[in-house]
Design a protein around this ligand. Structure first.
Ligand code: COA
Length: 328
């Protein structure tokens, strides 16, 4: 048996918010945003669209490409930090939308590393039990609903979207799609990137709303340094473990948080920028959705072919981070 990627899909909402639009909302300018982050525009979901709606669109495209229906799925892992509700899980809402009546479904919260963590969990599940023939992994976010649109430090960075991957347990002797992986967490940095209120520690109240504590807080500079250090170390570890040289990688797909983080990473790995996938200019940081969005765009654009080595790496709140070398 081998566990392979059978299909990918992605979705972004229609509404585009440009840097010029942001200039009218906070004291910022296009030049600052482009040079500091690489972002030119991002997508915003409509008020009627929740995270499960974005996830559904991406999932349907992945299922179509895989040539299966929701009923074929054994499990759904949905990575998100912007669930429709605290409970039921967005995974269960998605299961209903897809008619995935044979799947058990749950959410996985690992912030921007969510898709990477979910791939590892789904892969391990399928490896352990071959009755799980098809598993859907989705990263989906409506970050626009947890952004303080009056805070220029954060509101320029984030966007909405979804990315999905269908995994299949195939009866052949090819290698699994996961060649090596390296995942980490460090709970000692919870204060530098968080949503301060709305959970059991600090439940919603008129005071938490007035203090904008239901939106993302981030100490940008600290996050920046840790992101570069951790992602590059993780990438090196998987390459070492797999005994694959960086020159053999067809494409590096890093979490899209900041173009300068991506460029520093490429430099440290000694990978030329044309082998690093970038779409942050169009979508900003979509947290758990970003790697799925990139993977789908890269595959559909023909930038990766079956058999190619692709290096995924992510970093996010928690802290969480990691890398995964896959054979597409
Ligand atoms: N427009 C204009 N000026 C802005 C601004 C904006 N949107 N946001 C911040 N500034 C100002 C700051 O107030 C600061 O002004 P000051 O020097 O007068 O205090 C100045 O620009 C520089 O801010 P600084 O924080 O030093 O900028 P930076 O180069 O570190 O870039 C980030 C800020 C947020 C873009 C960057 O730190 C970053 O991307 N961090 C990581 C983010 C990330 O990856 N998050 C998610 C992890 S998954």
């Amino acid at each position: 048996m081998s566990i392979r990627i059978k299909g990918t899909g992605s979705y972004v909402p229609e509404r585009i918010l440009t840097n010029a639009d942001l200039e009218k909302m906070v004291e910022t300018n296009d030049e600052w945003i482009r040079t500091r982050t690489g972002i030119e525009e991002r997508r915003l979901a409509s008020p009627e669209q929740a995270t499960s709606d974005l996830a559904e669109q991406a999932a349907r495209r992945a299922l179509d490409q895989a040539g299966i229906t929701g009923a074929d799925l054994s499990a759904i892992v949905c990575a998100t930090i912007t669930p429709d509700y605290v409970f039921p899980s967005t995974g269960c809402l998605l299961q209903q939308k897809l008619g995935a009546t044979n799947a058990f479904s749950f959410d996985l919260e690992a912030a921007c590393s969510g898709l990477l963590y979910s791939l590892e969990v789904a892969y391990s599940l399928m490896k352990a039990n071959k009755k799980y023939r098809y598993v859907l992994v989705v990263g989906a976010e409506k970050l626009s609903c947890i952004v303080n649109w009056a805070d220029r430090n954060t509101c320029v960075l984030f966007g909405d979207g979804a990315g999905a991957v269908v995994l299949e347990n195939v009866a052949d002797d090819r290698p699994d799609f996961v060649i090596a992986s390296d995942l980490h967490s460090d709970g000692s940095y919870t204060e530098i990137l968080k949503l301060p209120a709305g959970g059991s520690r600090n439940p919603a109240s008129p005071e938490t709303v007035a203090a904008h504590q239901h939106s993302i807080f981030m100490a940008g500079k600290d996050v920046f340094k840790l992101a570069v250090n951790h992602m590059s170390a993780s990438c090196r570890r998987v390459l070492e473990e797999a005994k694959v040289d960086a020159s053999a990688i067809k494409l590096v797909i890093p979490h899209q948080a900041n173009l300068r983080i991506i460029q520093s990473l490429a430099q440290r790995l000694d990978v030329p920028e044309d082998r690093v996938f970038i779409n942050i200019n169009r979508f900003g940081n979509t947290s758990a959705a970003s790697i799925g969005l990139c993977l789908d765009e890269a595959a559909r654009a023909g930038r990766i072919q079956p058999g190619d080595y692709v290096l995924l790496t992510a970093f996010g709140g928690g802290l969480t981070w990691g890398a995964m070398l896959i054979q597409y």
